[in-house]
Design a protein around this ligand. Structure first.
Ligand code: MN
Length: 130
């Protein structure tokens, strides 16, 4: 774990990215960001974040296949992955968890509880979820 914890935010929506960056930095976390899968891969070649917030609707990419790549990368072993999605559909949570995500948050995010959820995950790990 980095000190402070390092979070990679993968999000193509500029407004949402700005909000998430603000909330995370305001809570003392270190943040790096990517607008698409290619930028995310660039970061992951040189960084091993503690947590990845992954928008599942990225341009030209199925978020779950990017999650699968990360789960197959030994350099990223143990990273927490939180799926973010707009237009939540029935079955999303199960599909994302089965696909390698540790948690799932629907957009629009709740600014009051969002960071607490991430801090709890960082503190207790995916196994600490109830
Ligand atoms: Mn998106």
């Amino acid at each position: 774990m980095h000190e402070p914890p390092l979070v990679l935010v993968v999000e193509d929506n500029a407004q949402n990215l700005e909000l998430v960056e603000f909330l995370l930095e305001d809570s003392g976390l270190a943040v790096i960001s990517a607008r698409d899968a290619a930028e995310a891969r660039q970061h992951l070649r040189i960084e091993a974040p503690d947590l990845i917030l992954m928008d599942m609707q990225l341009p030209g990419t199925d978020g779950l296949s990017l999650v699968g790549e990360i789960r197959n990368d030994p350099a990223q072993e143990g990273v927490l992955i939180v799926a973010l999605t707009a237009h939540a559909m029935r079955g999303d949570r199960e599909r994302f968890l089965a696909g390698g995500c540790d948690a799932y948050i629907a957009k629009p995010i709740n600014a009051v509880t969002f960071v607490d959820e991430l801090l709890a995950l960082l503190e207790h790990g995916a196994g600490g979820r109830t």
